[in-house]
Design a protein around this ligand. Sequence first.
Ligand SMILES: [Zn+2]
Length: 176
Amino acid sequence: MRLRVTLSALVAATLLLLPAGEVASQRKPSAPGATKGKKMSRELPKTDEEWRKALAPEQYRVLRLKGTERAFTGKYWDHHADGSYTCAGCGQTLFRSTEKFDSGCGWPSFFDTADNTAVKFHEDNSLGMRRTEVTCARCGGHLGHIFDDGPNPTGKRYCINSASIDFAAKEKAPRR
Ligand SMILES: [Zn+2]
């Protein structure tokens, strides 16, 4: 268990050190001038075609077409490193590892957001179910759904697609 946590933290740290173009399997090269740390100031794609070009195919399918990745297949359902989860569409911080929990459902699950203005809720009656969809408040990207069977203190379960989020490892506090 401990080894896995250390490994995923290492992988996350390594990914952060690479130039944006090296992470091509997950994300197509960003617009000129955009870097991973400056995504908040990056201008967002406007048209559907621009979004399709800006995102990797699975990110586009989930974020823009409201798709759902298959359970237990995403990058983050079994991910335990310390840090924050940002929107894969616009870079806004959405969730933190401190509110992540093991729900057993096969998708990353959180009992709260990093900031309650980061997401929006929408009634979703598709597929014969009554659910509440969760989207990114900044770019409108589909993240997943929220359910009332989460743990204390909120009782909520944000069931989020790994494809909709990126992970930023927490930097270790400098030793004094
Ligand atoms: Zn977003």
